[in-house]
Design a protein around this ligand. Structure first.
Ligand SMILES: Nc1nc2c(ncn2[C@@H]2O[C@H](COP(=O)(O)OP(=O)(O)O)[C@@H](O)[C@H]2O)c(=O)[nH]1
Ligand SMILES: [Mg+2]
Length: 237
């Protein structure tokens, strides 16, 4: 495989029927761009491993696997560490994000003068009523508390430099707080409207209550990280 410009990192837990359609869409969207796709199978118990092997036979796909399920954030972190591109694009493995949006987000990130995280904003969200309602409340509380200038921090579609992510502290569910962590690391954060589609295959891994249960603890933790972050600027000695 040639050196990729962008590595598409995809956490996948029990997404067997979604793997091949998603890879086809990524290949169409990134046809002119040197890229690789890094799937992290988080201890799936369905046919995800077999589908990933199939995908790797025909496209620039690499796949890693956690022995046991460790969560979406751990999977993203494993993928970013293994990635070879200077740029990372993250994408949900269920096909709800549209790979056709990647080139636009990547172009915006690459045009920025300094390090930037471009966050997808699902302007036309295609989820259940309960998910949209709880997300609206959670987004409002988070934005108030963290001031991370992001309308939709939970969108799985984001583009950022690999080196930026490697500077972030790691914790479970950190994938919902990447904008706040990017600002803490000295980067700019911008949002870009993206397409969103209903999940047509497989089942959601999250319920409303389990998500809510840790949200408060995570918010306090990220607010603490923001307050306790220091960023020295180097000068000529
Ligand atoms: N690696 C890993 N990925 C997960 C886990 N839970 C969810 N995902 C992935 O994260 C993405 C979003 O999860 P999904 O279940 O669609 O959540 P929803 O869109 O909020 O209902 C999908 O690509 C899932 O496969 C997990 O525990 N581990
Ligand atoms: Mg989903």
């Amino acid at each position: 495989m040639p050196e990729p410009l962008v590595s598409v990192v995809i956490p996948a837990r029990n997404e067997a029927p979604n793997i091949l359609p998603l890879v086809a869409e990524i290949e169409a969207a990134l046809a002119g761009t040197p890229h690789e796709v890094v799937f992290v199978d988080d201890g799936s118990t369905d046919d995800t491993p077999a589908r990933l092997r199939e995908a790797a036979a025909t496209a620039p796909v690499r796949h890693l696997r956690h022995r046991a399920a460790c969560g979406q954030s751990a999977a993203v972190a494993t993928g970013v560490r293994a990635a070879r591109g200077a740029w990372i694009a993250t994408l949900d493995g269920d096909g709800q994000n549209d790979p056709a949006d990647i080139p636009r987000l990547l172009a915006r990130a690459m045009a920025a003068p300094g390090p930037v995280l471009v966050a997808g904003h699902r302007v036309n969200r295609r989820d259940t009523w309960t998910k949209r309602a709880s997300s609206r409340v959670a987004n409002r509380v988070r934005a108030r508390l963290l001031r991370d200038s992001t309308p939709d921090s939970g969108c799985g579609l984001k583009v950022f430099p690999r080196a930026l992510f490697l500077d972030f502290p790691r914790f479970d569910h950190m994938h919902r707080y990447l904008p706040a962590l990017a600002i803490r690391a000295g980067a700019e954060v911008v949002s870009e409207p993206v397409n969103h589609r209903p999940r047509v295959r497989g089942a959601s891994n999250y319920g409303t209550l389990d998500r809510l249960a840790v949200a408060f603890l995570d918010l306090v933790g990220v607010a603490w990280l923001q307050r306790r972050g220091r960023r020295p600027e180097l000068e000529e000695p």
